[in-house]
Design a protein around this ligand. Structure first.
Ligand code: GUN
Length: 285
């Protein structure tokens, strides 16, 4: 039976580290770390995420600046706001919550965020830096996954790592991070043939497909480390991951629960990126 990877505990440890450093920055350098969070429209899930980000800022001692804009906000208006935030010295990190309303080009907005303040690491400059291993920020979810794997004491070197999902936000950067830790990495997606066979070879399996119970126990190698990035709402209102937990925990050595696994890590890593941004902007790191 697998051991649970406690995302709440690991994320609390990351936030405690960040809070300690933020307090030091304030005491020793008079610096107050600031994160601007921009939300456009009324998507309820986005609202929850943004509230959680605000709470996390308070918990680690950051200033948070929230901009809740009307659904009808134009792309021009949003670009104007991003440009104001790029120049605002109180703001070390800028996060524009996605998805944006359909009339706004997400790429244009991401490209307008100053790469130094792009704490999501979505800007092409930051994406490119990840490819060559010279990054300041790592995208929050894949970075959180790495921290969870690390918490199990697993050495990634030489391991067969399988990532299911090829999104720009999770799958692709996740594969790069595992590669940088010397994993042998396979990326699977909706067109992959013999998915089960590939999964059965995985020592480390990261699942980010967005389909409830997509990976079942019979696809998991005995003793594998299984990380479930999925967060699906079932018809009965319950949250469930991309991995069928009951059958998977019988095969895995370590497994993340949903909720309480990867989810809490994403915000913790956002706090860490914002701290890093503040230090870099102050010439400290
Ligand atoms: N929407 C869902 N996840 C994210 C995220 O990590 N960053 C942003 N900006 N929007 C999101």
């Amino acid at each position: 039976m697998a051991q649970l990877i406690d995302g709440k505990a690991v994320s609390a440890a990351v936030k405690a580290e960040v809070a300690e450093e933020a307090a030091k920055l304030k005491d020793e350098k008079g610096l107050k770390v600031g994160l601007a969070v921009v939300i456009v429209g009324n998507d309820p899930a986005s609202r929850v995420y943004v509230n959680n980000k605000k709470k996390a800022c308070e918990a680690v001692g950051f200033q948070s600046f929230e901009y809740a804009l009307d659904e009808a906000t134009t792309q021009e208006q949003l670009l104007d706001l991003v440009n104001v935030l790029n120049r605002d010295d109180r703001v070390n990190g800028i996060l524009v919550q996605l998805p944006l309303p359909k009339h706004i080009d997400e790429k244009a907005i991401i490209n307008a965020i100053s790469p130094e303040k792009d704490v999501d690491a979505f800007h092409p400059i930051n994406v490119g830096k990840i490819m060559i291993g010279e990054y300041s920020f790592l995208p929050c979810t894949p970075a959180g996954v790495m921290r969870l794997i690390e918490s199990t004491g697993t050495d990634i070197t030489g391991k067969q790592c399988v990532v299911i999902g090829r999104s720009n936000i999770v799958g692709k950067p996740q594969a790069m991070l595992l590669l940088q830790k010397n994993g042998t990495v396979t990326i699977c997606h909706s067109k992959t043939k013999n998915l089960k066979e590939i999964c059965l070879g995985a020592d480390i399996l990261v699942v980010a497909v967005g389909r409830a119970n997509f990976v079942t126990g019979d696809m998991i190698k005995e003793g594998a480390v299984v990380i479930d990035v999925g967060m699906n709402r079932l018809d009965n209102g319950k949250l469930c991951g991309d991995v069928e937990f009951e059958s998977a925990e019988k095969k895995a050595s370590y497994i993340t629960p949903v909720p309480g696994g990867v989810g809490p890590m994403t915000i913790a890593m956002l706090m860490k990126n914002t701290l890093t941004a503040a230090k870099q902007q102050a010439g400290i790191e």
